[in-house]
Design a protein. Sequence first.
Length: 127
Amino acid sequence: MEPENIKPITITGEPMRVAVSSRGGSLDAQMDDQFGRCPCFVVVDTETMLYNTVMNAKPHIIEEYDQNAVVAIAKSGANVLITGPIKVNLRRALQTANINIARASRGTVKEVLEAYLQKMPRRTYLA
């Protein structure tokens, strides 16, 4: 006999803050696939879809641009970064800061965020 009132619960994990390298400060802005040289990052809370913009300090100074971007992402509280190709040493620095990295090359911030969230594994439990 199967129990009544069983509801499936889909769990995607903890609420996330996802940073997307961007050319502008909104969900409709185009993502920028140049991690260190993008003007800003749009950081989105995936539970509420509220976002804020984190400016990339000094993206025009070549010697410092990559490290400035790593620091900006870490300070934003993001636990996922969506960006273009990234150097191995910067990947390690982000991973050390417990920031997962996903790759995208084009689209708006909202489009790449939605594509990322659709690919996330989901587990269904019975409650």
